[in-house]
Design a protein around this ligand. Structure first.
Ligand code: SAH
Ligand code: SF4
Length: 378
């Protein structure tokens, strides 16, 4: 981690108009400004192959370079020792290896680690590393902020700042891996951090491809999950473009309650959303995960559970019940433990697989819906 930060802090952005003043430690040998160089981490294999040809390298070099970036976790071209000195020099002149700057890491009592990254334009995003029994899961962001305005979510309250680039999405994984003692133990990824991934469609798909690609990070498709609030046209496109898992944040089983909680429901009401889920091209043996935040007095009654069971009938589904996570200014609360178990029981009686998932890292505001992209206070 410290290596990453020290490389980043060598940047001196003097003046946006005076391009020659913009330098980073990666480009000490060239006059080409950083932002005019190709963002190599944001390209897929085919694009990289074609691009290396334009700078006079053989196309097989693309796979080598990607190995260094996505598996070797390289932060500079100089580390790519199976390339000649001239090739490395050439790459330094023409390409940038964007590295997220780590602003802060907070560690929870339960071992969850929240990484706060500062983007080059000064905005912040968060990624959360969650220890499980025999592996780690990383929750990554797809946008800085979010425009969807869900009533219960702190990210939504912050409003939308901007979409992340493909390399900013993928680099969260790379930089967190670099900070781990054993990076191979990070096997599971969820796009459930800040933002609505399907509202940043092209960048998210590109990043996912680099994450699951054999020549990229080589994560198993089964171990990567994208969560959406329910952007119907993109759900169907997504199912055809990649084969990672889909999670849908449902949070209500009737339109009135969902309209109240999630403004997106006005555009894509439950009938339309559930029709898309039925049409979703599920790979063999997989199920769609439906997330349902339990909120006291809003969506936690027996009749809500019965309605939810009806709504999901015929869909290969599993249900995650999440007690509402608190944050300042939220005028709603989670139900009691007994109420949650009673709700779960009804769904089990209807033969659904149902888990009650308590988010980890609540003491450092790293739980679902608590990500604000801010430094810890005090
Ligand atoms: N935008 C996507 C992914 C990011 S939100 C989506 O909405 O699915 C990730 C998850 O956090 C969603 O399931 C959302 O319902 C949940 N969430 C948001 N605020 C929450 C809160 N206060 N308590 C518990 N879960 C919350
Ligand atoms: Fe955005 Fe998801 Fe939060 Fe809704 S729950 S505001 S879609 S991040």
């Amino acid at each position: 981690m410290s290596a990453v930060v020290s490389l980043q802090t060598k940047k001196t952005f003097l003046c946006v108009l005076c391009v020659s003043a913009v330098k980073t430690s990666f480009e000490s040998v060239t006059d080409k400004p950083f932002f005019m160089k190709i963002d190599i981490k944001g390209m897929d294999l085919e694009e990289t192959r074609q691009w290396v040809g334009t700078i006079g390298l053989e196309s097989y070099r693309a796979a080598q370079i990607r190995q260094w970036i996505f598996k070797g976790l390289a932060v500079s071209f100089q580390e790519m020792t199976n390339l000649s000195k001239a090739a490395r020099h050439n790459l330094e002149q023409e390409a940038q290896l964007q590295v997220l700057e780590e602003a802060e890491v907070q560690v929870s009592r339960d071992g969850t680690r929240k990484h706060l990254f500062r983007l080059h334009d000064g905005s912040f995003i968060e990624a959360v590393l969650i220890p499980e029994r025999d592996h780690f899961t990383l929750c990554i962001s797809s946008q800085s902020g979010c425009s969807m305005g869900c009533r219960f979510c702190l990210t939504g309250k912050q409003g939308f700042k901007r979409n992340l680039t493909p390399s900013e999405i993928a680099d969260q994984v790379i930089q967190v891996r670099r900070s781990m003692e054993d990076p191979d133990r990070l096997t599971n990824l969820v796009l459930m951090g800040m933002g609505e991934p399907l509202a940043n469609y092209a960048a998210v798909i590109k990043a996912i491809r680099n994450i699951v690609d054999l020549e990229g990070m080589n994560f198993s498709n089964r171990k990567v999950t994208l969560s959406t609030c329910g952007l119907v046209p993109e759900i169907l496109r997504f199912g055809n473009d990649v084969t990672v898992n889909l999670a849908v944040s449902l949070n209500a089983a009737d339109n009135e309650t969902r309209d109240f909680l999630m403004p997106i429901n006005h555009a894509y009401p439950l009938e339309t959303l559930m029709a898309a889920c039925r049409e979703f091209p599920l790979p063999h043996g997989r199920r769609i995960t439906f997330e349902y935040i339990l909120i006291k007095g809003v969506n936690d009654r027996d009749e809500d559970a019965i309605r939810l069971a009806k709504l999901l009938t015929g869909i290969k589904a599993k249900v995650n019940l999440i007690p509402l996570n608190p944050h300042q200014g939220l005028d709603m609360s989670p139900p009691t433990e007994e109420r949650m178990v009673a709700f779960q029981e009804i769904l089990i009686q209807h033969r659904f697989t149902v888990m009650i998932r308590k988010s980890k890292g609540r003491d450092i505001s790293a739980a679902c819906g608590q990500l604000a992209g801010k430094r810890a206070e005090g």
